[in-house]
Design a protein around this ligand. Structure first.
Ligand code: ISE
Length: 351
């Protein structure tokens, strides 16, 4: 990239050309959302190791350019900003390559697979001195979660004393990495607790169980984590990834003066045969579709000036530190302290 990205993005009318790395389920959804739902943006390039699905998504997005090499996409002059939706273990290297090019990047969670890798991103971004990295913790854009946060911020709940997160997936595949339930699933609830309460997690205590016998013996598909937060608040996170009936996420703040809980959005209530029922979402793509679009809209808007309101690289880094402490606690059977450093100036505004 020759011109600094502020110059490129200065014109509010200018179309932002986004390159997407990864065109699997989530990548394809982001590509469709950008192409069909977000104004002032073009899916200009896509990259994937699977050339068939890469070509298909490129066609679905009005003939975006295809890049076999993701690093070529990142450095291509026609690409203004990058969306990373590739496998988790590729995230850190791609984000660092975007920073080298001074290109804004929205990286799906997790920011990296270890806090050490995430630290390299923090170092690179602070050396640049500008926030270019956004992390896809999309619940921060979900209207139900935002309503809970607003109730708390308006003082309607009094002093917050407890965060409760419940997170259910329909099922998990055998052969998954042992701690994916922490780094892939619970990490969202860790971010929800920090973001809703604006407090840091200082101690965790986790227990796990394998429930589904089809899964590897050492894989926990049920997780219960207790949290202690910096503002004298407690927390519990329950993650169950073999829940069978569908996908559900709940976040609740209990306060000294009231409680706010996310609702489960459902299109209709059905009454028949002496029963009342609503449907449950099948997965996160259904449940959080609105949040994904709002997140992309705000990200694109932030590229034209202003600040991304979602998670920063610092949030991505801290969530990995807390996730690491959860894994250590699960392995040791003891509570684990989270050793989080204070944020550098660049990130010192809000969680
Ligand atoms: C998945 O990777 C996601 O990111 C979803 O948001 C989360 O709810 C799910 O548990 C993960 O497997």
């Amino acid at each position: 990239m020759t011109a600094p990205e502020e110059d490129r993005m200065a014109d509010a009318e200018q179309v932002v050309n986004v390159g997407i790395i990864g065109t699997g389920g989530m990548g394809r959804r982001h590509a469709h959302n950008l192409h069909r739902k977000v104004k002032g943006v073009e899916v200009a390039g896509v990259s994937d190791v699977d050339e068939v699905r890469m070509a298909q998504v490129a066609t679905e997005c009005s003939g975006a350019c295809t890049f076999k090499d993701p690093y070529e996409l990142i450095s291509d002059e026609r690409i203004d900003a990058v969306l990373i939706v590739s496998p988790d273990d590729t995230h850190a290297d791609f984000v660092l390559a975007c920073l080298e090019q001074r290109k804004p990047v929205l990286c799906e969670k997790p920011l990296a697979t270890s806090s050490k890798e995430a630290q390299r991103i923090i170092d690179a971004e602070t050396a640049i001195g500008r926030r270019l990295v956004a992390v896809g913790f999309m619940r921060r854009f979900d209207p139900c979660h935002v309503a809970v946060k607003e109730a708390l911020e308006l003082g309607a709940l009094g002093r917050p004393v407890l965060f409760r997160g419940v997170h259910r997936n329909a099922g998990a595949q055998p052969g998954l990495p042992r701690h994916l339930i922490v780094g892939g699933s619970a990490i969202h609830d860790i971010d929800s607790a920090r973001w809703l309460l604006q407090q840091e997690v200082v101690e965790v205590f986790g227990r796990g169980l394998r429930v589904d016998p089809a899964l590897d013996e050492d894989f926990y598909d049920l997780l219960l984590i207790q949290l202690l937060l910096s503002g004298d608040c407690l927390g519990t996170i329950e993650v169950f990834v073999s829940a069978r009936y569908g996908y559900e996420v709940m976040a609740e703040i209990v306060g000294s003066g009231g409680t706010a809980t996310t609702t489960q959005p459902a299109p209709a209530m059905l009454r028949r045969l002496q029963q009342r029922s609503t449907s449950v979402h099948g997965d996160w793509l259904e449940r959080f579709q609105e949040a994904y679009v709002l997140e992309l809209e705000q990200w694109i808007q932030s590229l034209r000036g202003g600040r991304f309101q979602g998670a920063s690289a610092w949030d991505g880094y801290i969530s990995l530190l807390v996730a690491r402490a959860c894994v250590t606690s699960l392995e040791s059977g003891r509570p684990e302290t989270v050793q989080a450093p204070p944020p550098p100036q660049l990130y010192r505004e809000e969680l």
